[in-house]
Ligand binder design. Structure first.
Ligand code: PMP
Length: 412
């Protein structure tokens, strides 16, 4: 059976050019970048070249790029690294608990990191609403800021519903507040702004100067790079401390032997976004019209379906629906039997029967949050694939609704 992959928000295949760039670093050029011999120098040169490419992509300095194992680690390092620095910098002194602002629909690696700080008494946390359209309001961020606010973490693009947050506007707001605060009381009052840009890298401008962020997380496998590699942009002078003890790699911010092939692959994938006009060129236009075609046909041809999240402020690759009287997991398994790969909720929570926290944050009742379908397109997705998908979806939904209708009748 011909399989159709429509789960590119979960992960993407490694590009041919990326694989080619990585291969020598598994065997021929295997040196540890920390070693002071020619094998080590080869590894070090590759890491530093990759750091420069990553920095150019983000429009920052090379030593503001910390390579990690992925966005999960980057987000943990940003949030817990801030808290560690904050509490360590005032040992023995009576100091106030910092206040963190985030949103209710962040990825679990952000949500659970701030929850950990909250539950262990290291931070007070405000979880901002995201409304029916899945967009955080700049005004809400402004109103939530208190005297002790020191950290704000808001994702760029939501991984389940693909909605795009006004990061640049929030960045400007925080910059203005920091300016006023620093006039009043010095740098101690600075609020750090972090964004999880994992789902944005492929499609949106991630120039950290333009966005006005102090910290930005990304993960290689979401943009045709390898898995197990990521990065955290840390603006010079940011108030964070390492959270993993060990060697002095990554400017002392992230201990552990470098994943050289991964780092090379990540940089090559980032370079590909620009050179193949995948990120800002015609492919995005094609993808957007394909997505809109998919959305309009599903809404028109399948009864009792809703699109979740704003249609306008949405990633070009994402469509997320709620289907009445269909259970999400059954839908994914039935589509899989038809050769179609999609997801319900986020891939990380597949296997759990909890309703999606993202859809609950949008105000959906739990039964609707259970019946969701995320379809995410890739750079090579074709119209033919979308057409096959729609026909299979119609067939599967009809079948599942018949079964659940019959079960309900038997119980009446
Ligand atoms: N943040 C977002 C928005 C994501 O989509 C993901 C991946 N699902 C992550 C963080 C975690 O990335 P990784 O699993 O590569 O560490």
């Amino acid at each position: 059976m011909n399989r159709i992959y429509l789960d590119y928000a979960a992960t993407t295949p490694v590009d041919k050019s990326v694989l080619k760039a990585m291969l020598p670093y598994f065997s021929q050029k295997f040196g540890n970048p920390m070693s002071i011999h020619s094998f080590g120098y080869e590894g070090e040169a590759a890491v530093e070249k990759s750091r420069k490419i990553t920095a150019d992509f983000l429009h920052c300095l090379p030593d503001e790029v910390i390579f990690t194992s992925g966005a999960t680690e980057s987000n943990n390092l940003a949030i817990k690294g801030f808290s560690k620095k904050y509490h360590f910098s005032q040992p023995g002194k009576k100091h106030f608990i910092p206040h963190i602002i985030t949103t209710a629909f962040e990825h679990h690696c952000v949500l659970n990191s701030v929850k950990f700080l909250e539950e262990s008494g290291q931070a007070e946390v405000t979880y901002l609403p995201v409304y029916k359209d899945g967009i955080v309001r700049v005004e809400d961020v402004k109103n939530a800021i208190r005297d002790n606010t020191r950290f704000i973490s808001i994702m760029y693009v939501n991984n389940e519903i693909g909605t795009v947050q006004p990061i640049e506007k929030i960045g400007k707001l925080i910059k203005d507040i920091n300016k006023i605060q620093s006039r009043l009381g010095g740098t101690e009052f600075k609020i750090l702004f972090h964004t999880d840009a994992t789902q944005a890298i492929n499609y949106f401008n991630c120039d950290v100067q333009k966005l006005g962020v102090d910290l930005l997380s990304l993960s290689g496998h979401k943009f045709y790079g390898p898995k197990g590699i990521g990065a955290l942009y840390v603006k010079k002078g940011s108030f964070i401390k390492r959270i993993q003890d060990g060697g002095d790699q990554e400017f002392g911010m992230r201990a552990g032997t470098h994943n050289v092939p991964g780092i090379v692959g990540l940089a090559e994938a980032l370079a590909g976004i620009k050179t193949q006009s995948r990120g800002f060129g015609t492919k995005i236009k094609i993808m957007t019209s394909l997505r809109d075609y998919l959305i309009s046909r599903v809404l028109k041809e399948i009864p009792e379906v809703k699109l979740n999240g704003s249609k306008k402020f949405r990633s070009p690759n994402n469509a997320n629906f709620s289907l009445a009287n269909v259970e999400g997991e059954s839908l994914i398994l039935s589509l899989n039997r038809e050769g179609i790969a999609c997801s319900t909720g986020s891939a990380c929570s597949t296997g759990s029967l909890e309703p999606s926290h993202v859809l609950l944050a949008l105000g959906l009742p739990p039964e609707e949050a259970h019946g969701s379908l995320r379809v995410s397109l890739g750079k090579d997705t074709t119209r033919k694939e979308i057409e096959v998908f729609i026909e299979k979806l119609k067939k599967v939904v009809k079948k599942l609704r018949n079964i659940s209708g019959n079960v309900l009748k038997e119980y009446k």
